[in-house]
Write a protein that binds this ligand. Structure first.
Ligand SMILES: Nc1ncnc2c1ncn2[C@@H]1O[C@H](COP(=O)(O)OP(=O)(O)OP(=O)(O)O)[C@@H](O)[C@H]1O
Ligand SMILES: [Mg+2]
Length: 364
């Protein structure tokens, strides 16, 4: 491992599916994955996190206790990954710990990711970098998306204008033109609405391959109603989360006569249209799309996207990084920048006043 650095990146996204942990190596400025682990959230844990997205009694203590629970779960995962790879704390430069977002309100000047970084540092004996979003927000940025700088470093092509499309709970794009500044922003809902709707109708966590949505018909009136939301017409920089796209948001437009599967079909159409419009309006000259995130496994969504964008769509595994690992690897990369005292925000993307070093360091 001479001249290489090993870092860990962890990500728990808006889908609330669980924690992704990537063990990475940076060699000659190139990052690669040594191993990867996904820990599923239990139903109870997911419910408890979901509740904290909205005001409730004694939420301060509840969020602090959950913060500890999440750090313990993440710490166990990291220690397991190190043991499996015969590595110990002395081999690891640091951990990029995103934590779990429970509120994201850059308009009000904050974004809150829970996950006790001090406790994680104690459990793992590692230096932990956390709280990546608030410095960008303090500099008047959106604090999201944070991955475009990493996408550029890893996926930039000198010959093709590339779009990197991440479909997590929320969908976000990074546009990497061969010439010109990078563009990046949240397009709107990714899997979040689809997950909500199948959960309350069939008690499933997600619509596998989009098979349920495929059975329905688009309800034009409902689609039009949803597309009226101001978020879709807002120009970048913009970011969003469960604060906006949630079950209440779905229910607002629904009439009793609509069938659940037609609603699911409409929600998947909405997801695809909001992504396609975002690409058409902001990525002129795009040649190809590389997808990542869990939405890449939704075959029906990918099919609709191919039809609507008329662009070649591949997965990031074709660029040597598996779709599910991109976000967690990004946080290892972001932490490495923090520890090297290098800028890691993208002011062009988030709207921040300038370059900043994001992340709070918790020394081992
Ligand atoms: N086989 C599948 N078919 C359809 N959807 C799937 C499948 N597997 C995963 N998904 C979707 O992907 C989601 C998880 O994706 P991912 O982990 O990228 O999201 P995330 O944790 O919210 O990340 P982000 O930080 O990008 O918001 C699941 O909630 C589910 O909706
Ligand atoms: Mg996830």
């Amino acid at each position: 491992m001479l001249n290489s650095k090993i870092l860990i990146g962890t990500m728990s996204g808006t889908s609330l599916d669980g924690i992704d942990i990537a063990l990475t190596k940076i060699h000659k400025n190139k990052i690669s994955v040594l191993d990867f682990l996904h820990i599923n959230y239990s139903t109870k844990l997911k419910e408890n996190i979901l509740k904290l997205h909205f005001p409730e009694e004694n939420e301060l203590e509840k969020s602090l206790l959950l913060s500890n629970e999440l750090a313990i779960l993440t710490g166990k995962g990291i220690n397991r990954l190190l043991l499996k790879n015969s590595l110990s704390a002395k081999h690891i430069k640091g951990v990029g710990y995103h934590g779990q977002t429970i509120r994201h309100r850059p308009d009000k000047g904050y974004s809150n990711q829970i996950g006790n970084a001090d406790l994680l540092s104690e459990i793992t004996n590692l230096t932990v970098v956390s709280n990546f979003r608030n410095r960008d927000i303090a500099a008047k940025g959106q604090g999201a998306p944070l991955v475009p700088a990493f996408h550029k470093d890893l996926f930039f092509s000198k010959t093709k204008n590339r779009v990197i499309l991440n479909i997590g709970g929320i969908s976000n794009i990074t546009y990497l033109p061969t010439n010109g500044p990078i563009i990046g922003f949240d397009c709107g809902p990714g899997n979040i609405l689809l997950d909500h709707w199948i959960k309350i109708n069939h008690n499933l966590d997600f619509d596998k391959k989009g098979n349920w949505a495929k059975k329905g018909q688009v309800i034009d009136g409902l689609l039009k109603y949803y597309l009226k939301d101001k978020f879709f017409n807002k120009l970048p920089p913009k970011s969003t989360g469960r604060d906006l796209f949630n079950l209440d948001w779905i229910k607002k437009g629904i009439k009793k006569t609509y069938s659940p599967e037609d609603i699911q079909r409409t929600l998947i159409e909405l997801t695809a249209i909001s992504i396609t419009d975002a690409i058409k309006e902001n990525c002129s000259g795009a040649n190809e799309i590389y997808m990542c995130g869990g939405g890449a496994k939704n075959d029906f969504l990918v099919k609709i996207l191919k039809n609507k964008t008329n662009l070649i769509i591949r997965g990031t595994s074709d660029l040597n990084l598996p779709e599910q690992q991109v976000e967690s690897v990004a946080f290892a990369w972001l932490a490495n920048q923090t520890l090297d005292k290098k800028f890691n925000n993208s002011p062009d993307v988030t709207g921040a006043k300038g370059f900043r070093i994001l992340g709070s360091i918790h020394q081992s």
